[in-house]
Design a protein around this ligand. Structure first.
Ligand code: HAM
Length: 417
């Protein structure tokens, strides 16, 4: 069957097997969000273009090159490239500061960036993230990082690294960009063409460049936090580290971690996974203590992070994924009378909350057994004339291969334990 249409470049269909991985991640992360006291928020996928220009910054790659623009009447809308700006807009617009004060929110949903697609880099991908708005307490920074760490542990992902830095307050950031320009000024000719432009427009981005020559220059730099952080911001950062040490969350102190978005201040972090190749960031976040004010609210400190769900899936160990539980009970009727009875059994099992299904296409026992195997069924129930006469069903345990006849009256009880 030749398809007349294909999926849009950089987007993908999430077929049932992957959707299950997706849902498992959502549900495990969702549990941990609740344990940490975060409540869900849904904001629209469509937002105004200006929201992102104002929050991420005109000079960022996302705003400059990657937004999917939708022009309608006199509105410039975009498909959101990230969720932080929309959550902050919602926080201000719905007056959450007045009604709820300090809020801890989480979200799960699709984001859109017109990037060059490659492994782990899509044009439509999903974020699972949190935003805690209304406190500058350093232990909240540690909570957020520990939350990210707990999610990775619950997904049995290992081999990741949490890189941590502080950009300081707005005046520190200015001092940082001046310091960076200063130490790079005599090495400008060694940087790639893009970075020569970045040096002028947004020098932080030079430090993210993947170009080999630029990496070499960056690795030779000597930057110290005390060169640009004020006493308050230095104390805040040290307190974040003390809190993380106290709860045993590991991190790498990384003074060159800058993050590509303008709204960040003070703590920034990125979580990378060595197994992912070029697109190795599985999640990232940080403080944005001026964004609420920048978007029209009162001065309100905040912090958050987001994981890329597709990258979490790539980072998960395949063997672990294959051992996911599947509790499906699959009924195979043999003959018309059995089919009618099986339909009743199926209905009773479902009413009792047992995941169950039956064969709709394969008429032969062999074909139906193959289908049950493909679906990874835990038990197969076979119902034929013999079983009908004795008011039993034959239950095959697909793990052990054992087969027993069980009375229909005890079936639900037996399958439940
Ligand atoms: P971000 O670093 O742009 O941060 O995105 C977070 C994560 O989304 C990345 O670490 C990566 O795993 C995933 N990601 C980004 N772009 C793509 C892509 N094209 N394809 C697949 N996955 C991708 C933010 O967006 C911030 N809003 C995070 C944040 C929340 N900061 C504070 N609060």
């Amino acid at each position: 069957m030749a398809a007349k249409f294909s999926v849009v470049r950089g987007t993908k269909d999430i077929l049932p097997a992957e959707a299950e991985r997706f849902n498992e991640i959502k549900s495990k992360a969702g549990n941990i969000f609740s344990v940490y006291g975060y409540r869900q928020i849904y904001t629209p996928i469509l937002e105004s273009k200006d929201l992102f220009i104002r929050s991420l910054g005109e000079e960022t790659e996302i705003v400059g090159k990657q937004m999917f623009l939708i022009q309608r009447e006199d509105n410039d809308l975009v498909l959101r490239p990230e969720a932080t700006a929309g959550v902050v807009r919602a926080y201000i617009e719905n007056n959450l500061a007045r009604t709820e004060g300090f809020v801890k929110l989480f979200y799960i949903g699709p984001m859109f960036r017109a990037e060059r697609p490659q492994k782990g880099r899509l044009r439509q991908f999903h974020h699972i993230g949190v935003e805690a708005i209304g406190s500058d307490d350093a232990s909240l920074d540690a909570e957020i990082i520990s939350l990210a760490d707990s999610i990775l542990k619950s997904l049995l992902i290992d081999g990741y690294e949490i890189k941590l830095n502080s950009l300081g307050c707005l005046s520190d950031k200015k001092r940082l960009s001046d310091t960076l320009r200063n130490i790079l000024s005599d090495k400008l000719n060694l940087l790639c063409d893009d970075c020569q432009g970045r040096y002028e427009r947004n020098v932080f981005r030079v430090l993210d460049c993947k170009n080999k020559a630029c990496r070499k220059v960056i690795s030779g730099l000597t930057l110290k936090r005390s060169d640009y952080l004020c006493d308050d911001c230095l104390a805040h950062f040290e307190s974040v580290l003390v809190n993380l040490d106290a709860i045993g969350v590991g991190y790498t102190d990384c003074v060159y971690l800058m993050r590509g978005l303008d709204y960040y201040t003070r703590t920034v972090f990125e979580i990378t996974h060595a197994g992912l190749g070029a697109q190795d960031a599985i999640g990232a976040g940080g403080r944005y203590d001026n964004l609420v004010e920048e978007l029209g609210g009162n001065k309100t400190p905040a912090i958050g992070f987001a994981f890329g769900v597709e990258r979490l899936i790539l980072a998960r160990n395949k063997e672990i994924e294959n051992t996911l539980d599947n509790n499906l009970v699959y009924i195979i009727p043999l003959g018309d009378a059995a089919k009618r009875e099986s339909f009743k059994i199926l209905s009773n099992l479902r009413a009792a909350g047992i995941i169950s299904d039956t064969v709709y296409t394969d008429k032969s026992l062999k074909g139906a057994m193959r289908k049950a195997n493909d679906l990874g069924a835990r038990f197969v129930l076979i119902v034929g004339d013999d079983e009908l006469a004795k008011n039993v069903v034959t239950v095959k345990d697909m793990k052990s291969g054992e087969q027993n006849q069980i009375s229909r009256n005890n079936l639900i009880e037996e399958l439940k334990c």
